[in-house]
Design a protein. Structure first.
Ligand SMILES: [Zn+2]
Length: 461
């Protein structure tokens, strides 16, 4: 055991030495700069190509700001511009300045234009925003993508700062300064500039821009447009619906830039709200029959009254579970089956359970059964099954199972729907149980627990 581990350890030590000496070899070529470590690959790369010089023989000046003439000179060298010192169009760049040739070449190429007063301000530090303009023009970058920085106003004008930054981000030259920011007014330092330039020149150094999710919101309305820009003047590229989630990359004057599913675009903030993590649970409980429609009647029981008694118990139990309950009736009134079937959708419910009691020509027939809507078959069957599997046990009588059935209140119902038959009023044993509050409460608990189980199942889908 020991010797095996010693061999393994020895192997790793040798491997590490070999690998590190390989890793060190480019650095041994190195730079004369004591402020550039061997891990600064981009700076080594530029130095080896003769594109950068130090601020002294032994110092690159990593943290020093980059002046406008330095930036243009480095880009000019990289792109092979004519650097011959010569007169320029700028009042403050004389023909004897080291940068004059590159500055004039950059003007000729349309990369820089200077200030309206005819000056170039060669020794003024360049900002990160200015650099985006210069690099996007110098490298003819035209491709844009879904890029958002929280500190950059979106503006799809070709000449805007946003467009310039979008182009360099899309080209893999910048990923921002962190936290979704670009920091356009920050002075560019030489280290940053060298990294940007290396990325522009060599795809090995490129970074992948990724939007940062800073918030999660959900749509409060149906058919909310997703647009290509932050106003209603922009094209519609899709729509989202109530409850759909938007991952927010940034806010922009009442608009949100973000992602929903595979769509990235702009959403009006007026129709988005903080996402509530718990999904809504809104159940319709329908006590079957009512008023002049008594339903079944036997053994001293009338169906409409048994149904309502159990339904009101279910309502109370569901509310205690935090489930919103919509009752089609809470008193002895009559509603048509079509009214009941449409009631849920009209009031924002997500499922429907109708409570009934059975009758049969033969008094020996007993037990519970639960029907489900064949039109929303999968969810309806699950709902019916979760209820039925608890109900017959709670009632301590036969399990007549779960069945698809086109009862009007189910077939006309666009929601997942189930119809529960508690037991047979025509069966003396079932009826004796349904006459007691003990069994009515047991049945109600079974139904409420089954409904809760359905929601838990549904929310995991
Ligand atoms: Zn009935």
């Amino acid at each position: 055991m020991n010797s095996f581990f010693n061999k393994v350890a020895l192997f790793f030590i040798v491997a590490v030495l070999v690998i590190s000496s390989i890793g060190l070899s480019p650095a041994s070529a190195g730079t004369p700069f004591k402020d550039v470590s061997s891990s600064e690959e981009q700076i080594l790369y530029l130095y080896e190509k003769g594109l950068i010089h130090g601020i002294s023989a032994t110092e690159f000046g990593m943290r020093h700001s980059v002046t406008r003439e330095q930036a243009v000179t480095m880009i000019g060298r990289a792109l092979g511009f004519d650097g011959t010192e010569r007169s320029t169009k700028f009042t403050d760049v004389s023909s004897s300045r080291y940068s004059s040739g590159y500055i004039q070449s950059a003007v000729d190429q349309g990369i820089v234009s200077g200030y309206p007063d005819g000056s170039f301000k060669p020794q003024q530090p360049m900002t990160r925003g200015e650099m985006a303009y210069v690099l996007s023009k110098a490298f003819n970058l035209s491709k844009t993508s879904s890029v958002f920085f929280t500190d950059i106003q979106v503006n799809h004008d070709e000449k805007s700062l946003y467009s310039a930054i979008n182009k360099i981000a899309t080209a893999g030259i910048t990923a921002g300064t962190g936290g979704g920011n670009y920091s356009p007014n920050k002075e560019l330092i030489r280290k940053e500039f060298a990294i940007f330039l290396a990325r522009a020149l060599n795809s090995e150094f490129k970074v992948t821009f990724q939007n940062v999710t800073i918030d999660t919101l959900s749509s409060t309305t149906d058919n909310l447009n997703v647009r290509t820009g932050p106003s209603t003047n922009y094209n519609i590229i899709g729509q989202i619906h109530k409850g759909d989630i938007v991952e927010v990359y940034g806010y922009n004057n009442g608009w949100v830039y973000g992602k929903t599913g595979s769509l990235t675009g702009y959403f009006s903030l007026s129709f988005l709200a903080k996402n509530t993590p718990i999904p809504t649970r809104v159940m319709v409980i329908d006590a079957g029959h009512g008023e002049h429609d008594p339903g079944a009647a036997a053994n001293g029981l009338v169906e409409k009254a048994v149904n309502l008694d159990v339904a009101l118990r279910v309502e109370k139990l569901l509310k205690a579970k935090g489930i919103t309950v919509l009752m089609t009736r809470r008193t002895d009134v009559f509603y048509s089956l079509d009214y009941r079937a449409a009631f849920g959708v009209k009031n924002g419910a997500d499922a429907f359970v109708s409570i009934h009691s059975n009758s049969h020509g033969s008094t020996t027939v007993g037990g519970s059964e639960t029907f489900y809507s064949a039109s929303v078959a999968n969810d309806s069957k699950q709902l019916a099954t979760f209820i039925q599997n608890r109900l017959y046990k709670a009632m301590e009588h036969p399990n007549r199972g779960v069945k698809a059935e086109n009862f009007r209140v189910l077939a006309a119902n666009p929601l997942p729907a189930a119809l529960v038959e508690l037991g047979f009023l025509t069966n003396s044993s079932d009826a004796a149980k349904l006459a007691t509050s003990t069994y009515k409460e047991k049945a109600a608990i079974a139904i409420a627990d089954g409904i809760e189980e359905y929601y838990i199942w549904k929310e995991r889908q």
